[in-house]
Design a protein around this ligand. Structure first.
Ligand SMILES: [Zn+2]
Length: 251
């Protein structure tokens, strides 16, 4: 009762604002219905492995051409939202403005598309280099991972995986360039042998960073790696465009 009263006072002083506009909303960390309807969710046929949208998936095990040609080190990747003009503001606000009021909503959406979350031993965020952490002051993947750990009642550990190279931004790099950029950039500094890991990031662009993290974890003995991001780019040709807009796909 006390909390409800204080929340009412807080809402009067700082009214909840939509995550996608300057409009007021009733509940903190939400989006008005008109904007919500413009978001594209990753329902429908998708690659069983990387989660990219497919025109058709004859069965639930269907794999996309890219995963077939070069199987990633992670076992699955899923994201509730498609990255596009209608959704990118969510990432900009989270990543550049450090706006935290959407984190609970985002984590709930991510939870809803997780594969076998009950089997997860530990949740790990994609780390950023300590210099970048110092400059920015936060890692949005840590926020998402912590919230997911609360929702799923799982362990969270931001110190298992360390970013040892302060790699330049992935902006404008080709897929091969991205791979080289993050090559050997991650170090596993705690035992993960036999563990099922849920790896968290904000956006899945080409998957180069997430795959580099997964490679390090698998080589250190991790049994299984499932990836959850808030958004994914659904066309490889759109990856560079996404970078330009997001500004820093640095992970
Ligand atoms: Zn795939």
């Amino acid at each position: 009762m006390k909390f409800a009263f204080f929340n009412t006072i807080i809402d009067l002083i700082w009214p909840p604002i939509s995550l996608l506009s300057d409009n007021r909303v009733k509940i903190n960390g939400t989006i008005e219905i008109e904007k919500w309807q413009n978001l594209t969710f990753n329902y429908g046929p998708k690659c069983h492995c990387c989660g990219v949208k497919l025109n058709d998936a004859p069965n639930p095990e269907t794999i996309c051409g890219q995963c077939l040609a070069e199987p990633p080190f992670f076992d699955s990747a899923r994201a509730p939202l498609s990255y596009d003009d209608n959704s990118k503001q969510l990432i900009l606000q989270l990543k550049h403005a450090g706006r935290r009021d959407g984190v609970k909503t985002f984590a709930t959406m991510m939870r809803d598309c997780a594969i076998n979350p009950e089997l997860v031993d530990v949740i790990i965020p994609v780390p950023i280099h300590k210099k970048r952490l110092f400059d920015r002051g936060f890692n949005q993947s840590v926020w998402l991972g912590q919230e997911l750990a609360k929702i799923l009642n799982k362990d969270f550990d931001a110190f298992i995986l360390k970013r040892t190279k302060n790699t330049p931004s992935q902006n404008g790099l080709s897929q091969i360039g991205r791979k080289n950029n993050v090559k050997s950039a991650f170090f596993v500094q705690k035992p993960v042998t036999g563990k099922s890991i849920l790896l968290i990031d904000d956006v899945f662009t080409t998957g180069a960073t997430i795959n580099a993290c997964s490679k390090a974890l698998k080589r250190a003995g991790a049994k299984r790696i499932d990836v959850l991001t808030l958004m994914r780019v659904n066309s490889h040709t759109n990856s560079n465009e996404a970078d330009m807009t997001i500004g820093i796909i640095n992970e």
